[in-house]
Design a protein around this ligand. Structure first.
Ligand code: NAD
Ligand code: UDP
Ligand code: UDP
Length: 318
């Protein structure tokens, strides 16, 4: 059945991939973005499509639309960008999610909230299952994002319990791939841009901290499965991420191996509250959604490098 879909943050990295998949599946997509970290370029190829519409709007402001499904992705995701204006980041997660839940309530739409592994903070349980409540600093530099996303989850659960809104919550672990902004500031895009332009790779701290990297196509597949999942745990958070865990030093080595083995590494200070380890327990997603990631890091990185190389050669970012 064709759905009318609202994609907030749809001109961003993950939102634009979701728009592509939904258009290909025959749905109508209204893409909403304020272009803070996203770009029209990411959805340019969809602009002439009769089932696609693009609106410049900020989710912190109310909006009236008639839709069946809402994917609420609007929020800067890179520490560099979410710390640029931390109060705005809090408003985006809190007021933005409130507005989308109010909209969902009014039109009886199903809504999926893009949450994050950051709700686990600097975790003492490893890997992280959804039942773990996390160890989050409420007053640090990352709090605007971490706590904003935690309250967004609270809002979803309360709109579900109090108003019967049909909510879904996905806890996304570090995801990378084509269309990440060249100046995004997250580790994969930094390393790939640095390696392609012959600069040293900037490893923060000693590089022993770990992350688990999921390729965007796997992530999008998991999110779409969660949106149509009707089982008893449908309103509970679901981790979606790739359990393959790497230190940042290992990631730098893989990028050098794929682009230029001779590139040096430059160590820079570790940002405050940088989580030491991160790996999803995906048992719930596997059991409920039949989902497991299929694209290993080297394969996903090769696709990402190809896309970044093409964009850099075309002059993007100059
Ligand atoms: P992104 O920065 O590419 O996309 C975010 C989009 O939201 C951008 O297009 C931006 O312009 C838009 N936006 C920001 N504030 C807005 C506002 N107030 N109103 C309207 N639009 C606004 O990042 P992404 O990686 O595509 O992340 C998408 C979502 O997934 C975010 O909610 C992020 O928190 C979540 N997430 C991503 C990852 C990841 O590793 N990529 C991990 C965890 C969670
Ligand atoms: N909202 C919106 N679009 C709608 C319905 C609601 O943007 O179609 C906003 C509304 O402006 C409010 C928020 O969503 O700020 C929460 O709405 P709700 O009806 O739950 O709460 P109330 O308006 O009663 O505070
Ligand atoms: N990082 C790094 N070099 C960079 C950017 C990030 O070593 O150029 C590290 C960062 O300190 C963190 C990890 O890579 O330990 C992942 O950082 P990112 O900003 O990508 O995501 P997050 O910390 O939000 O998971």
């Amino acid at each position: 059945m064709t759905k009318r879909v609202l994609m907030t943050g749809g001109a961003g990295f993950l939102g634009s991939h979701l728009c592509d998949r939904l258009i290909a599946a025959g749905h109508e997509v209204v893409c909403l973005d304020n272009y803070f970290t996203g770009s029209k370029r990411n959805v340019e190829h969809l602009l002439d499509h009769r089932r696609f519409e693009l609106i410049r709007h900020d989710v912190t402001q109310p909006i009236l639309l008639e839709v069946d499904w809402i994917f609420n992705l609007a929020c800067p995701a890179s520490p560099v960008h979410y710390q640029f204006n931390p109060i705005k980041t809090v408003k985006t997660s809190v007021l933005g999610t409130l507005n989308m839940l109010g909209l969902a309530k009014r039109v009886k739409a199903r809504i999926l909230q893009a949450s994050t592994s950051e709700v686990y903070g600097d975790p003492e349980v490893h890997p992280q299952p959804e039942s773990y409540w996390g160890k989050v600093n409420p007053i640090g530099l990352r709090s605007c994002y971490d706590e904003g996303k935690r309250i967004a989850e609270t809002l979803c659960m309360d709109y579900n319990r109090a108003n019967g809104v049909d909510t879904r919550i996905v806890r996304i672990f570090n995801t990378y791939g084509p269309r990440m902004a060249l100046r995004d500031g997250r580790v994969v895009s930094n390393f790939v841009v640095q390696a392609l332009t012959g600069q040293p790779l900037t490893v923060y701290g000693d590089g022993a901290q770990t992350r688990s990297f999921c390729y965007c196509d796997d992530l999008v597949d998991g999110i779409l499965r969660l949106m149509v999942y009707e089982g008893p745990e449908r309103h509970e958070p679901h981790n979606i991420g790739n359990p393959g865990e790497f230190t940042m030093a290992e990631l730098a080595d893989v990028v050098r191996e794929l682009i230029d083995r001779d590139l040096p590494v430059r160590h820079e200070p570790l940002p405050s509250d940088d989580p030491r380890q991160r790996r999803p327990d995906i048992e719930r997603a596997t059991r409920n959604l039949g989902w497991t990631p299929s694209i290993p890091l080297r394969e996903g990185l090769a696709k990402t490098i190809e896309d970044f190389r093409r964009r850099i050669e075309a002059g993007e970012g100059r």
